[in-house]
Design a protein around this ligand. Sequence first.
Ligand code: MN
Length: 247
Amino acid sequence: MDKRSFIRVSLLGAAGLFAFSSRAKGIASRILRKAAGRRTDFVQPKLPYAFNALEPYIDGQTMELHYMQHHASYTQRFNEAAKALGIVEKPAREILADVSKYPEALRNNGGGYLNHVLFWNMMSPDGGGNPSGVLLEAINRDFHSVEAFQEQFNNAAKTVFGSGWAWLIVKDNRLVITTTQNQDNPLMDVVTDKGFPLLCLDVWEHAYYMKNQNRRPDYINAFWNVVNWDYVSKRYTFWQKKYAGIA
Ligand code: MN
């Protein structure tokens, strides 16, 4: 082999090696990404209805911005925060239950992620009406009537100062109405009223300002027309099976 052939073969060999190694790197990084995804990827679930499906009670433009911008951004930042902390294979609810151990970003974005997942499911174009079955019995037991429960929930939602949420939760085996600030969730170890969330209402201005401007009570009244009582009942039944009797 003369010097020129030697250089040519070496260059070809180096090019081949480079091509191979970059392909291998591509495959390796795909596998790593997949593994990382399995560990910390919190997915924004598909909205179970069209953006405009809750009209005239909740307008389509608000729903689209709320889901596509606000919720998508909480989801992305929750993933980033969880990845940065090396949190692996932990459901969101478990992370939130220990949220005091983590930086603020996880509290805000983890709450923002889970609260909205719950909220979308709490509503339905086929919603409204009244609760029934064991949920109705529990509401009557703890609030005397559905009307009294709604009045108390409305007052709680109206009086959240600034941004936050109104909730119906199970606490110490009783139904309780509570509120949280910002994106806090009743599952978090940092809230006053810890409990299992059954129903929630987002009272951040981004949830109603385009349609109702500063009239939060109008939005709260409209909400009852789209409440998905079937889903709320399912959550109550799940709680009964899993936690009833545990103080
Ligand atoms: Mn929101």
